[in-house]
Design a protein around this ligand. Structure first.
Ligand SMILES: Nc1ncnc2c1ncn2[C@@H]1O[C@H](COP(=O)(O)OP(=O)(O)OP(=O)(O)O)[C@@H](O)[C@H]1O
Ligand SMILES: [Mg+2]
Length: 268
């Protein structure tokens, strides 16, 4: 089966030819349709660079990135992006933020106002913000703001979710709750073919293991593929998953893969 996204021998350098900084070297991996793929690796290994290229905001120096077999040449409505600083509009309400892409962006083209209203209502309910529609971002906790950002993403109904450390700014408890919500939104409880495709960048090894079908481990200087780890934990995943011996074993395995470099990164 053709992968949803394929990276083939991707290199990425920044700067001028004579003085180029190699951020990614010969990176190849696939993301399957309906898969939840997590990417981990030490700071500076190129995770955000990969995400930007998949989003179409940047392009490889050489090599190919294919979406459904076609080279990515720019942003598209089928891909939704969520960055770490989730950049809500402070002057718009929860509803105003969530409907923004449908009002002004590509995802809303051809959507009637009635359909738009329904989609926004559904997104608000999906991310658990019913009742808070008319609040402004400054009236919300960090967790609720993150829900707004998630709601904005899903209202656009992208097939592919590209997420760069979306939960990093949250406290530990809120983060665990939103991890479980994210799995629900992704489609953990539905048939594989109806799930969205996710690439989720994180610093959290336990977060990657909890969420993902597979974890891509990158090493740094330059960013390269170190390993791809299959996460064979059963779904649906929940509190029990985190307590299982297999969960600890997989987390440990990934930690061993990045420990040395993570340590070195703290010395710079
Ligand atoms: N526009 C740019 N110009 C020059 N260098 C860049 C640019 N963007 C990224 N880099 C460099 O490329 C490398 C990879 O950066 P990137 O932001 O992708 O890493 P990361 O894995 O996301 O790091 P972190 O975990 O800290 O978010 C870093 O060394 C960074 O300094
Ligand atoms: Mg980054």
């Amino acid at each position: 089966m053709m992968p949803k996204i394929a990276l083939k021998g991707v290199n990425k350098s920044f700067g001028h030819v004579n003085n180029a900084f190699v951020a990614l070297s010969d990176l190849s991996f696939d993301i399957r349709a309906g898969e939840f793929l997590a990417v981990v690796g030490p700071s500076g290994c190129g995770k955000t660079t990969v995400l930007n290229m998949l989003a179409g905001l940047d392009s490889p120096s050489s090599g190919q990135i294919l979406l459904d077999g076609v080279a990515i040449s720019g942003p598209g409505a089928e891909r939704g992006v969520m960055f770490q600083d989730y950049a809500l509009f402070p002057w718009r309400t929860v509803r105003g933020n969530i409907e923004f892409g449908l009002l002004y962006g590509k995802p809303g083209q051809g959507v009637s106002s009635e359909a738009r209203r329904k989609r926004v209502d559904d997104a608000i309910a999906l991310v658990g913000l019913s009742g808070a529609e008319n609040k402004y971002p400054h009236q919300l906790s960090g967790g609720m703001r993150q829900r707004v950002a998630l709601g904005r993403l899903v209202a656009n109904q992208p097939d592919i979710l590209l997420m760069d450390e979306p939960l990093a700014a949250l406290d530990a408890q809120t983060r665990i709750i939103l991890q479980e919500e994210l799995l629900r939104i992704w489609g953990q409880d539905t048939a594989q073919e109806t799930r969205r495709t996710v690439m989720f960048v994180t610093h959290g090894i336990d977060e990657a293991v909890f969420l993902a079908d597979r974890v891509v481990v990158l090493s740094s200087h330059p960013g390269r593929l170190k390993a791809i780890v299959d996460i064979d934990l059963p779904r649906p995943r929940n509190g029990e998953t985190r307590k299982s011996a297999r969960f600890a074993e997989l987390s440990q395995e990934i930690w061993e893969l990045i420990r040395e470099e993570a340590y070195r990164a703290t010395m710079k």
